[in-house]
Design a protein around this ligand. Sequence first.
Ligand code: ADP
Length: 397
Amino acid sequence: MNILVINCGSSSLKYQLIDSESENVLAKGLVERIGIEGSCITHTPAGRDKVVKTQPMQDHNEAVKLVIEALIDPEHGVIKSLSEIGAVGHRVVHGGEKFKTAVKIDDSVIKDIEDLSSLAPLHNPANLIGIRACAENMPGVPQAAVFDTAFHQTMPKKAYMYGLPYEYYEKYKVRRYGFHGTSHDYVSSRVGEILGKDRKDLKIIVCHLGNGASISAVKNGECVDTSMGLTPLEGLIMGTRSGDLDPAILDFICEKEGLSSHEMNTVLNKKSGVLGLSGGVSSDFRDLSAAANDGNELAKTALETYCYRVAKYIGSYTMAMQGVDVIAFTAGIGENAADVREGVCGYLKYMGVEIDADANKKRGEEITLSTADSKVKVMVVPTNEELSIARQTLAIL
Ligand code: ADP
């Protein structure tokens, strides 16, 4: 069965058509600037060149129509008709406490995702627009919602509660949810497969280091803690997001700089992280490493602070699981940035972590970094959230 995987943002839509039997990607693409001037679709059929088409489109409905047209196009398409799409799997950011697994979408699920929008006001409404656009353009094709938060729902209460008045949890469900769940789930499963073990017998720390970054402790196949919180702002230092900080800083800076809480929120999400810390050098680790190698002291500080924070979380999750068997790096930085992996692992020598410098030079493939003597296995496992969404869609439909 062919499964169309959709990741819908407020003005963009990413898609992949995956053959669930072979697990091959038949085509993938991106629709950008939906409803904005200059909207375009970039469609890449497997093994062929990408096709870019600039065309005005008012809304996501038109975007989904264009995706279907591209998929069945006689020249660039990969299927003959819509009937060859057996199901659609949607990435949905926030499933709250309600959704602990992926679900088949019906009216009540749509209502629940809508109700959860206050927890993810930028994401859930956009995800719903994608769901509705697919329902309209592909009537009768079953759809599934795969939640970013679901994998973390196994966390114990002590890991997800904040030290705040309990009534905020009762009234507003303020607690840690965690994100990137599909990636943490996929990577920890893959670690088990690569090692020929059941992940139920392993203690794994997954470091998902992309533009957004999060880390999770997966003990016996279940997430027991993760670094992102009520929103994806908490935890590690990210490209442009601050991660953990003293909450009193917010008020302090607002007063000093005359910022509103909304403006402060923008600073924390868009102007902080390694971009802010490096004095504006870049949020991209390729630029940061280049600047650091050229002697830029702030870029060096940003990289050091970043690695230190990741290592600090690894230390605390080792405690949470009372040990660790495998540390797995994934996502853009985890899969590619050898200097970050080296920097992080440098702090872990005390627990017997040793990595092989030559293995660490490789990029973007499944690699075992640790030496034969290392007390903990260290691996790079490229993530594949789309494949995981397709698998989960197939499983529930
Ligand atoms: P997201 O999915 O969160 O947008 P990705 O997982 O694609 O992000 O990660 C993107 C980041 O990965 C880039 O901003 C960059 O910092 C980093 N990155 C990508 N390629 C490399 C590379 N070759 N070396 C170092 N860092 C890289």
